[in-house]
Design a protein around this ligand. Structure first.
Ligand code: HEC
Ligand code: HEC
Length: 204
């Protein structure tokens, strides 16, 4: 099967260099990842696959292991990804990284721009409730098992937050996911997550 999609990817990379297109050809069997994550890994809101641009190696490994084992599951968005992760043996991870390194798109974001008051509110809430684990500007902190958030699509941040609040994500997970779920469920309702997301969007 040679999806049209693959031709598009090679076309995109040819614009950069013939070498990049050659490398992509060797990774053809992994291109299905980009069907759901965007052909530049910029994220695909129609499927809910977030941007993978700039994803940290340690978090990529941890996330895929959690889908594979089923500990990240129990909510609708995770089901498609569980199937994809189970098709991908751990030994393929270096090739996934190579594929991602060939792409240089930027995160697909909605056009909405927050006003100054919202940004300020988001910044304060971030500093108070999130920065201790995810870093001052959302750059992530491996020692806390907390991924970078400023590299993610705004729609995905909202959806991921909701999956913790609703109890699907983190319910069967390891300690890191359980910690995040606990935080999301105990946060006062007065904290404006949409404002936090707006802050992260401009912290990039
Ligand atoms: C059928 C669609 C689909 C395919 C194919 C797919 N994904 Fe996903 N992926 C998703 C969705 C939807 C999510 C968000 C799930 C969630 O909220 O837990 C996701 C989440 C992820 C995450 C977690 C991101 C995060 O910030 O926590 C990683 C990493 C990932 N995918 C990597 C891959 C890789 C690598 C491949 C190819 C081997 C792949 N995906 C193939 C749909 C897909
Ligand atoms: C006590 C540490 C801690 C605090 C505080 C914290 N987080 Fe997290 N967060 C984590 C960890 C650990 C993970 C990874 C969990 C996992 O693997 O499911 C995470 C994951 C996330 C994710 C999912 C990222 C992805 O790629 O799927 C979002 C969204 C998120 N946090 C938002 C927030 C926001 C917003 C705040 C502040 C209101 C916050 N977090 C505060 C530890 C924390």
């Amino acid at each position: 099967m040679k999806p049209v999609f693959f031709a598009v990817l090679v076309g995109v990379l040819l614009g950069r260099s013939a070498q990049a297109a050659d490398d992509a050809a060797m990774l053809e069997d992994l291109v299905y990842c980009l069907v759901c994550h965007g052909y530049e890994a910029q994220g695909n809101p129609s499927v809910g696959g977030p941007s993978l641009i700039g994803i940290e190696d340690w978090y990529l490994n941890a996330a895929l292991a959690a889908y594979r084992s089923g500990s990240r599951g129990g909510y609708a968005a995770a089901m498609d990804m569980q199937a994809a992760a189970r098709q991908l043996p751990e030994s393929e991870m270096p090739r996934v990284r190579t594929l991602l390194s060939l792409l240089s798109g930027s995160v697909d974001q909605g056009a909405a721009v927050a006003d100054a008051a919202t940004l300020q509110r988001g910044k304060l809430a971030w500093a108070q409730h999130c920065a201790s684990c995810h870093g001052a500007d959302g750059e992530g902190n491996e020692a806390m098992a907390a991924p970078a958030l400023r590299r993610l699509n705004d729609w995905y941040l909202q959806a991921a937050w909701q999956a913790y609040v609703d109890g699907g994500r983190g319910a069967n997970g390891g300690p890191a996911a359980a910690q995040m779920a606990q935080l999301a469920r105990s946060l006062p309702a007065s904290v404006d997550i949409a404002a936090v997301v707006a802050f992260l969007k401009q912290a990039r």
